[in-house]
Ligand binder design. Structure first.
Ligand code: GAL
Length: 415
């Protein structure tokens, strides 16, 4: 059942429309899904900062990349009147939760945010003219990670087009290297698929996945997208079913596989394994997407505590800390992202992060800065979920591309 349907049913049943948890003011319970090596280090920075300020951190981590399991757990908590102090919620879902009347505004912590955030991100943090979410960082989704030694052994060069990509993959195969490490969850399928959509141009991506334009969704070009995904699948190993993204990253880190399509939280894993960008691994834009940038901004929302409609001191401290320059820097160094706050120095960051920052500036100016569908930034839950189902069905069956495209156009209409 989709978000609105669940919340609607609960309100109707008189169970939960706006009540919340019993929390001691000094303790902050934080729901998130950052459980991989790099992710844990990153969220650990927030825990330490809050602890130093005198708050007790109650960790509510729900494992599972991209947060599907965490979102289910959150609904259960809110329904049972045990809403956490804060939870990791992104994109249009922020407004969905705000509409349920269960969040608190955090304007009191956000005095200088407007001038320190890109306007398109500042807007996402608002509901009804108030700040209700605090942003952590910017992840770029359209990355291809390559093991440098595997690339050298295969005698390949960093691919910038799909033909070049398939040439490298063939060379790796011939050299006895598994070309692609791929995980096996719907969000990972969708991440790859949206990369291929983006490779058709940011304009095509926007029309297809932001505007949900039917002509674009049913175009021959979209049939070609599915064909390319099918071809890429030919380079997966047989063991991907159910595999977590960070285990796929580990295959590239330890040379068991050559390449992985993944957002730059994967870089947090390379950093955690003491691997260096440039010498141990290469981060390249997904072939054909050099000038574009799919953004994914993590944020926390804050739930009413003890039925109070205003933020607690702990909630305001959390929001303030998340947007403070020092936290922004250290969090992203571990997480693989770049600070979302404007003006934070990039001096301590690696070449991949510097490239992410530079490419972001170019993409913003050129119109190539687009929200990631796979990471909850582009569409409300219902449409994104329906599109995800189409892509996953295609990638886990022998369905032909034309059938998938017809299903896609139908899925895009889901409200
Ligand atoms: C994304 C999230 C990232 C990272 C990734 C894998 O949706 O924005 O912060 O955690 O999932 O879990």
């Amino acid at each position: 059942m989709k978000f609105r349907a669940i919340m609607g049913a609960l309100c109707a049943a008189g169970l939960m429309c706006g009540v919340s948890a019993v929390q001691a003011a000094e303790s902050v319970e934080v729901l998130h899904w950052w459980t991989s090596g790099g992710e844990s280090k990153a969220v650990g920075v927030l825990k330490d900062d809050m602890t130093k300020q005198g708050y007790t951190w109650k960790d509510f981590a729900v494992a599972g990349g991209a947060g599907a399991a965490a979102m289910t757990a959150l609904k259960t908590q809110v329904i049972s009147g045990n809403a956490p102090t804060a939870a990791q919620i992104k994109g249009p879902l922020i407004q969905d939760w705000a509409e349920q009347g269960v969040l608190v505004p955090i304007d009191a912590a956000a005095g200088d945010w407007k001038k320190n955030l890109p306007p398109e991100i500042d807007k996402i943090m608002h509901a009804d003219g108030h700040y209700v979410a605090a942003p952590f960082s910017v992840h770029r989704v359209n990355w291809l990670y390559i093991n440098k030694a595997a690339l050298d052994k295969a005698g390949g060069k960093v691919p910038t087009t799909w033909p070049e990509f398939f040439a490298v993959a063939d060379k790796m195969k011939a050299a006895g290297i598994q070309p692609i490490a791929m995980g096996g969850q719907p969000w990972q399928d969708l991440t790859l698929w949206e990369d291929v959509v983006l490779s058709q141009g940011a304009g095509f991506y926007k029309k297809a996945l932001v505007d949900l334009d039917e002509k674009t969704l049913t175009s021959d070009q979209m049939v070609g997208v599915f064909d390319t995904v099918r071809k890429i699948q030919g380079y997966f190993d047989a063991g991907r079913t159910g595999r977590d993204w960070n285990l796929a990253t580990a295959m590239v880190i330890n040379g068991k596989a050559g390449m992985q399509f993944m957002g730059d939280w994967a870089k947090g894993e390379f950093a955690n394994a003491n691997k260096k960008a440039g010498s141990d691994y290469i981060c390249a834009a997904v072939p054909g997407t050099e000038k574009a940038y799919t953004f994914n901004v993590d944020s926390f929302v804050f739930f009413q505590q003890k039925g109070q409609k205003t933020a607690t001191p702990g909630q305001l401290a959390l929001a303030k800390t998340i947007m403070s320059p020092d936290f922004q820097e250290q969090f992203s160094l571990y997480k693989g992202s770049i600070p979302v706050r404007l003006g934070v120095s990039m001096a301590k960051f690696d070449d991949c992060a510097k490239k992410s920052y530079a490419d972001e500036q170019v993409a913003i100016k050129s119109g190539g800065y687009v929200p990631s569908l796979a990471h909850g930034m582009a569409q409300p839950d219902a449409a994104a979920g329906a599109i995800s189902d189409v892509v996953t069905k295609f990638m886990n069956s022998q369905e032909d591309s034309k059938t998938a495209v017809a299903a896609l156009a139908k899925a895009a209409k889901t409200k």
